[in-house]
Ligand binder design. Structure first.
Ligand code: ADP
Length: 255
């Protein structure tokens, strides 16, 4: 039985692609209100883990539980409805829409986000709905995007585009937010702002799991870090604990 307060439980998950074992017997639990770091060398299975948790991949074996509920084979839109939101390593914003419209599309419960044809439909209901527009306004304010509401994402600095992506993930008020390398490509000031945003998201009651290579950011944000190497969990603990674990040092030597 899941312990009280556990938002995410990954239980002995393996993910094989033909011969390749991207995840092997991975278990971890993330408590409510945590900011959990996931670190590990390139190719260690971090994004695959997110893809399993967000329903893009069905694991070869093992289980995924969300607040105690088995969601192992749930489809991505079902997981979204159950409160799982994520960002991607490579930005996936609608480049032909403004920042505001990107948020409106995400806010509209009837939109299937992967269906960009719907999103680009000029008479889409989402564009004119008063309540949705009010909520988009709140998100724009909250994430410091009001000045860019009418801009196309591609015109904006990379750090701002990242904020749009996080705002979009937050549109449906998730309880679990998965961030895949949100600091990649950001400058120092943008990384600092990102840290503040992630802390404010946690303060609003959302549990966060963050894949990140920027160890300074991981150290400052996460009480606990899970380290993957070659698809296995090789360490789990405070950032200081895992940083001095011999198996972690060894895993990074070859990176
Ligand atoms: P990380 O995010 O830690 O860099 P990934 O999870 O992206 O690592 O990848 C782990 C391993 O799984 C890599 O060897 C990668 O090539 C492989 N992999 C990931 N997704 C697929 C897929 N859809 N098909 C085949 N191999 C994949």
């Amino acid at each position: 039985a899941p312990a009280e307060g556990e938002v995410l439980q990954v239980d002995a998950v393996s993910m094989h692609f033909r011969g390749l074992k991207a995840l092997q017997d991975v278990s971890l639990t993330v408590g409510a209100g945590e900011i959990r770091g996931i670190v590990g060398p390139n190719g260690s299975g971090k994004t695959t883990l997110f893809n399993v948790v967000s329903g893009l991949y069905r694991p070869t074996s093992g289980r995924v539980l969300l607040a105690g509920r088995d969601v192992t084979n749930a489809r991505p839109h079902v997981l979204a409805r159950l409160g799982v939101a994520r960002t991607f390593q490579n930005l996936r914003l609608f480049r032909m829409l403004t920042v505001r419209d990107n948020l409106l599309v995400a806010l509209d419960q009837t939109t299937i986000l992967s269906n960009w044809r719907y999103a680009l439909w000029p008479v889409g209901v989402w564009r004119h709905d008063r309540a949705l527009r009010a909520r988009a306004g709140e998100l724009l304010d909250r994430f410091g995007l009001a000045a860019f509401a009418g801009s196309a994402p591609g015109e904006l600095p990379y750090g701002t585009q990242r904020r749009v992506e996080i705002a979009r993930a937050m549109a449906r008020q998730p309880r679990l937010l998965l961030l895949d390398e949100p600091a990649a490509g950001l400058n120092g000031e943008e990384v600092r702002q990102l840290g503040e945003i992630v802390r404010s998201i946690r303060a609003s009651g959302v549990t966060v799991v963050i894949i990140e290579h920027n160890m300074g950011l991981v150290m400052s944000l996460c009480e606990r870090v899970t380290v993957l190497a070659s698809g296995r969990v090789i360490a789990d603990g405070s950032p200081a604990e895992v940083a001095r674990a011999p198996q972690v040092v060894e895993a990074y030597l070859g990176d």
